[in-house]
Ligand binder design. Sequence first.
Ligand code: FES
Length: 573
Amino acid sequence: MSRKPLRSQAWFGGDSKDAIMHRSWMKNQGMTADAFDGRPVIGICNTWSELTPCNAHLRELADRVKRGVLEAGGFPVEFPVMSLGESNLRPTAMLYRNLASMDVEESIRGNPIDGVVLLVGCDKTTPSLVMGAASCDLPTIVLSGGPMLNGRVRGEVVGSGTAIWRFSDEVKAGRMTVAEFKGAEAGMARSAGSCMTMGTASTMASMVEALGIALPENAAIPAVDARRATLAQLTGRRIVGMVREDLRLSAILTPAAFRNAIRVNAAIGGSTNAVLHLIAIAGRIGVPLGLDDWDQSGRGIPTIVDLQPSGRFLMEEFYYAGGLPVVMKALAETARLDGDALTVTGQTLWENVQYAENFAPDVIRSFADALTQEGGIAVLRGNLAPDGAVLKPSAATPALMQHRGRAVVFDTIDDYKRRIFDPDLDVDPDSIMVLRNCGPRGYPGMAEVGNMGLPPKLLAKGVTDMVRISDARMSGTAYGTVVLHIAPEAAAGGPLALVKEGDMIELDVPGRRLVLGVSERELALRHAEWTPREAATSGYQSLYVKHVLQADRGADFDFLIGRRGAAVPANSH
Ligand code: FES
């Protein structure tokens, strides 16, 4: 156990003018003298915001965390950081993930904090806070806000995000009225919490549990279940112990932890967004992680969690079935997980999950009866994606996994929106829809538009899936045979920029290939004629496009990679 003085004592300890000043101002909140007597100061980093509906309940959870911190002899201090709400924030919350991570990193480093609780929920709030905290590397624990209760619409149980895509397609195909669609609004999101499908929020809540940086059961307890409040209190207690043990993120976020998380992502049918976020988190803590790690570690791991968008159920059923500990136990028992990985409990992953029980084998299935045998993220390469692209086999149509088709090219998302309703659009079910200029630099921010809706004229004929390829991302609640994250992106001069209407494209998921049927010579000619699009020259967007890395590097900023630690010089009042 570490006996070195706590970091916060550099602010609050002793009788110097500075120490008296630091304590004096804090006492304007009515704090007692013993708050500064050398007990661990725990920062509760809160993404509460009424503009981030999925995180709107986090102030109540913060109170529970504080209760736990106080019980364990710590001093809790709550502070706000930039909150990224997926549903409201434009042009895309991903544009601000790195910005929020800078807010988190500097807020932690610059303040008298010994340990941190990260309160997260909506998609980008989890990676942005973990990235910022990883750069500081203090004792840190994550608490997710938990998923919403199941959606209920017209007698049907529906998933918050997944249903939007389906209903929208139904309206386009004339099978649902706009009034019925509007009527679904309140029923799709009917309680506090984040999307209750295995979308990006639930995936990232699972990832932090799988990485070992959140307490067991963090991923699935519904936001409004009393056990979420209990977990918050236990999280508050535990972070005080972690400070006393000097148990830092870098001791937990090891290469083995990332491999475990990749395998868990395959088993739960998690979001493709996790690829970007885990690579970015690994970059901050100093663990080399790339696209090939995703393919190698996740390959051959079956998806056993039968949740939307890949399967049938929702997070509520997942929790009642036993949640993520059941999945991790099943993986560890079959040597698919490293059970020796250390976690925030101070115990190994195996010690955490060994007593887990599966109460619903139809929700968490066996490996023999898996939802799909190929659950990992497929990483594709070829002359169309020299630095890689990803596809989620569990959300794709098996018959389209090997497919050749004629390119129908949309230059931007606005071009797509303009032309997709055109009855004369030259497209058939075998065509491959290509969308570009939606990557990190091109959009900018890498929008979740890769699963572009099918042409209404084909939907009306009953077509339910087509191959779609882009440099964009896809919402974790979406589905389809969709190739995403093509790197380098079109705006960076990648070959995607050179595709012309009618070019043949070959997708071969088993062979991990994505090939444009155009000669190298012709591509060189096209490249010579290609001119980059204008990029923002002022404001945050200009900083973003100048420094954002490509998708295969996690779309982090080049200058943020790495662990900078928590050391900070004393100020000079
Ligand atoms: Fe926040 Fe889905 S919109 S989790």
